[in-house]
Design a binder for this molecule. Structure first.
Ligand SMILES: [Zn+2]
Length: 234
C-alpha cells in the first residue's frame, strides 16, 4: 500500500514497505521517479533532497480521497505522492511515464516553493514535464474563447479544481500557454528563482515582476493573443 522512497542523489535508494502493488510495478514507479528527477535536474539544475512517501492505492481508496475530482489519477498533497494503482496498472507505457513525471514534478515544485507556487504555474510545469497530447485542452480553450474571455490568471493562483469541468480544461490550457511562454522567453532558471523567492516569503507580485519583468496583465494579454491566433496550437 505504501512505498517509502528516499530521494535522492543519483540512485533510487528506496525502501518499500507494505505494498499491494506487484514488485514489478513498484520497480517501474521507482525507476520512472528516478528518470523524472533527472529530467527535472536537467531543467532546473540542482534540486533539494526530497524525501516523502509514495502510496499506490486501490481505486476505491483513491476515490474516497479525491471526492469531486474524478479525472485525477494521482496527487501530491504536500506530504506524500499518491497514485491510483488501478490506473497505473492499465496505463499504456506512454501514459505511465506521463503520469509519474507529471505528479513527481508537483512534488519538486512544492519543495522549491514551499508549497507557494501559483496553481497555474505549478500545473503548467507539471503538464510540460508529463508531456502527452494537449489537443483536448486546447480545443476546450478554443471553444471557450469563441465567445468568452480567457480566465484571469489571478483566479487560477490558488486552485484549478474548484471550477466546472469545462472551465477546468480551459484553466489547464491557459496554465500551459502562460508557463510555456515563461519557459521559452525567460527559462527554467528564472522560474526557479521565482519559486525560491516565494519560498523566502517575498511578495508574490513583486517576485513575479522581478523574475520575469512582467505582471499578470501582460501575461494575460499573451493568453488573449493565443486565443485570437488559434492556428499556433497545431
Ligand atoms: Zn497536475
Amino acid at each position: 500500500m505504501f512505498l517509502l522512497l528516499s530521494l535522492f542523489s543519483s540512485s533510487a535508494n528506496s525502501q518499500p514497505i507494505d505494498t499491494v502493488a506487484s514488485p514489478a510495478l513498484e520497480a517501474r514507479v521507482k525507476e520512472e521517479i528516478a528518470n523524472s528527477h533527472r529530467a527535472l535536474m536537467n531543467k532546473f539544475g540542482s534540486l533539494p533532497d526530497l524525501k516523502f512517501p509514495v502510496s499506490l492505492v486501490t481505486r476505491d481508496k483513491f476515490n474516497s480521497a479525491i471526492a469531486g475530482t474524478p479525472w485525477i489519477s494521482a496527487y501530491f498533497d504536500g506530504q506524500s505522492l499518491v497514485f491510483d494503482l488501478d490506473e497505473l496498472e492499465k496505463a499504456s507505457p506512454e501514459r505511465f511515464i506521463s503520469l509519474v513525471h507529471h505528479e513527481y514534478s508537483h512534488a519538486v515544485i512544492f519543495s522549491l516553493s514551499n508549497g507557494k507556487c501559483p496553481a497555474w504555474l505549478d500545473e503548467g510545469l507539471a503538464l510540460i514535464a508529463g508531456g502527452g497530447d494537449r489537443s483536448q485542452l486546447f480545443q476546450a480553450f478554443s471553444d471557450w474563447t469563441e465567445n468568452r474571455k480567457p480566465l484571469l490568471l489571478s483566479s487560477l493562483d490558488r486552485s484549478l479544481t474548484n471550477l466546472s469541468d469545462e472551465a477546468t480544461a480551459v484553466a489547464y490550457a491557459e496554465s500551459l500557454i502562460a508557463t510555456e511562454y515563461l519557459v521559452k522567453h525567460k527559462g527554467f532558471a528564472q522560474i526557479k528563482g521565482f519559486l525560491s523567492a516565494l519560498k523566502q516569503n517575498f511578495n508574490p507580485a513583486a517576485a513575479f515582476q522581478g523574475a520575469f519583468g512582467k505582471n499578470y496583465s501582460q501575461l494575460e494579454a499573451i493568453i488573449l493573443l493565443r486565443a485570437s491566433n488559434q492556428d499556433s496550437f497545431t
